[in-house]
Design a protein around this ligand. Structure first.
Ligand code: FAD
Length: 406
C-alpha cells in the first residue's frame, strides 16, 4: 500500500498534522498510525478537568471518527511502528504490515522518565494517557493517603484535584521548590503556600531511593533516611523526547529530532513535529525543545504547509498553562537565563504578573488569573520590548499602549 503521507504517532502533533493537511486543501492519501487505542486527543485535561470528572472522554478527542472518515484520513490504532527504511521508503508495523510513504512525519511525542523500584505495579501510577488517567481517577476515589513524586505542573495539578477529595497528600521533590524548571522562586513560593493552605505537605531536597510493597500499601524510602507509608504513589518526574526510531534510521538528533523551521529533518522526505523535536527559534536565537500543545499544533501546521508546497516557518513565542485550584498560571516565553524579574499586581489578590528580563529585554511572562496581561506580555516578548522596571511594576501603566510604541 502506497501513501502520500504517513504519520507515525496519533497524538496531538500527529493528529493536527493530518487535520492541517486537509484544512490546507491537501488531496493526497494520508495514513496516521498510533499505538494507543484512541483517536488523537488532548492530554492537558488528563491532569485537570478529566481527572476531576468534570470533562467527559468524548470531549478530549481532537476530532470525531466521522471527521477522519469524511476527510479520508486513514487512522490505524493499536499498532506500533517498529522502524522505517529510508531507501525503500517503507514503514514497518508490529503486525508485520509494511506501508510505503512519499513523505513521512514523525510525531512520536515523549517517553516518561521512570523511577526504578522493587515494588509491584499496583497502586503505582504515571500519567501520560487516557488509560493512566482513568486508573488514577479510580485511585483517588478509594485511597486515603497518596504520595506524589515530583512537584512539577503535573504533580501539582493532580494534588489540587486530590486535595478537593480530602485525601492526605504528600509531595516529594528533589529540588528546593515547586516548578523550579519554569518559574522564579517568588512564584514557586506563591504556589507552594496555596497548596499548603489546601492541606498538601511537601518534602523538598529529597529523592526516592526505592519503593517497596507493604501488603496493600507502599513504603517509600527517601534519600534523607525517612520512610513514608502511603496507599498509592503517583510519579511525575518529567519526560524525554521519543527519538528512538529517528536515531535508528540515522536522522540527525540533538536533544530531540533536529528539524528546521518547516519541521523538515535531515532527510527531505521526512518531517517531525511536537514534543519529539528540537527546532530553531529566531525570537530566542537558539534551538528549542518544547513540551506543549501550542508547539504541537503550530509545528504541525508548518509541517503540513511544507508538505503541501507552501512555507509557513514556525517562529513563535512559546506558551503553556497550568490549572491548580482557582489559579490559572499562563507562561509565555522562556525565562531561563533571566537576570531580573518584576512583579506587577497584588499576589494576595491571586491576580498578578511576573516579567522576566534579560539585559532589560522582556524574555518571559508568568500571569496568574490575568488573561489580558498574558496576551499583552506575549506580544511584548515577540517585539523584543525593553521597558523600564518602574513602568512594568506600575499597575496603572497600560501595556496595550506600550505595545503600540513598538
Ligand atoms: P503526544 O501527544 O504524546 O503523542 C505522541 C503519540 O505517539 C502517542 O500517542 C504515542 O503513543 C505515539 N507513538 C510513539 N511512538 C510510536 C510508535 N513507534 N508507533 C506508533 N505510535 C507511537 N501542554 C500544555 O501546553 N498545557 C498543559 O496544560 C499540558 N498539560 C499536560 C498534562 C498531561 C497529563 C500531559 C501528559 C501532557 C500535558 N501537556 C500540556 C503536554 C502536551 O500534552 C504535549 O506537549 C502534547 O501532547 C505533545 O504532542 P505530541 O503529539 O508531540 O505527543
Amino acid at each position: 500500500m502506497r501513501n502520500d503521507v504517513v504519520i507515525i504517532g496519533a497524538g496531538h502533533a500527529g493528529g493536527m498534522t493530518a487535520i492541517s493537511l486537509r484544512q490546507q486543501n491537501y488531496h493526497g492519501l494520508i495514513t496516521l498510525i498510533g499505538e494507543e487505542s484512541y483517536l488523537p486527543y488532548q492530554r492537558p485535561p488528563l491532569s485537570k478537568g478529566f481527572l476531576a470528572g468534570e470533562i467527559e472522554q468524548e470531549r478530549l478527542y481532537l476530532k470525531k471518527q466521522s471527521y477522519f472518515e469524511k476527510h479520508n484520513i486513514h487512522v490505524i490504532k493499536d499498532r506500533e511502528v517498529l522502524g522505517f527504511d529510508r531507501d525503500s521508503k517503507k514503514v514497518f508495523l508490529n503486525d508485520r504490515k509494511q506501508i510505503e510513504y512519499g513523505k513521512l512525519v514523525l510525531a512520536t511525542g515523549s517517553i516518561l522518565n521512570k523511577i526504578k523500584t522493587s515494588c509491584r505495579k499496583t497502586n503505582l501510577y504515571y500519567l501520560r494517557t487516557i488509560t493512566d488517567a482513568l486508573k488514577i481517577q479510580q485511585s483517588l476515589k478509594d485511597k486515603n493517603k497518596i504520595t506524589i513524586i515530583g512537584a512539577g505542573y503535573i504533580g501539582l495539578e493532580i494534588a489540587s484535584i486530590a486535595a478537593r477529595k480530602n485525601i492526605n497528600i504528600t509531595i516529594i521533590e528533589m529540588e528546593d521548590r515547586v516548578m523550579s524548571r519554569v518559574i522564579c522562586p517568588v512564584v514557586s513560593d506563591f504556589f507552594q503556600k496555596k497548596h499548603e493552605t489546601e492541606g498538601v505537605k511537601f518534602k523538598f531536597n529529597v529523592s526516592v531511593v526505592d519503593i517497596e510493597d507493604n501488603h496493600n500499601q507502599k513504603k517509600i524510602k527517601c534519600s534523607d533516611g525517612t520512610v513514608i507509608d502511603t496507599d498509592a504513589v503517583i510519579i511525575g518526574v518529567g519526560i524525554k523526547p521519543n527519538v528512538e526510531l529517528a536515531i535508528n534510521s540515522g536522522l540527525v538528533c540533538e536533544d530531540g529530532i533536529s528539524v528546521d523551521e518547516n519541521g523538515q529533518t535531515s532527510d527531505e522526505s521526512i518531517f517531525a513535529a511536537g514534543d519529539c523535536t528540537s527546532h530553531p527559534n529566531n525570537i530566542y536565537q537558539k534551538r528549542l525543545r518544547l513540551e506543549s500543545v501550542h508547539n504541537a499544533v503550530e509545528q504541525a501546521k508548518s509541517v503540513a504547509a511544507c508538505i503541501n508546497g507552501e512555507k509557513k516557518p514556525y517562529h513563535q513565542v512559546p506558551w503553556f498553562w497550568s490549572d491548580q485550584y482557582n489559579l490559572k498560571l499562563q507562561i509565555a516565553g522562556m525565562s531561563q537565563n533571566y537576570d531580573q524579574y518584576i512583579v506587577r499586581g497584588n499576589m494576595e489578590e491571586e491576580k498578578f504578573t511576573v516579567f522576566y528580563l534579560q539585559n532589560k529585554k522582556i524574555i518571559a511572562v508568568d500571569t496568574i488569573n490575568n488573561l489580558k496581561e498574558f496576551f499583552n506580555g506575549k506580544k511584548l516578548i515577540a517585539l523584543g520590548a525593553e521597558i523600564s522596571p518602574e513602568v512594568l511594576q506600575n499597575k496603572d501603566a497600560n501595556l496595550k499602549e506600550l505595545i503600540k510604541q513598538y
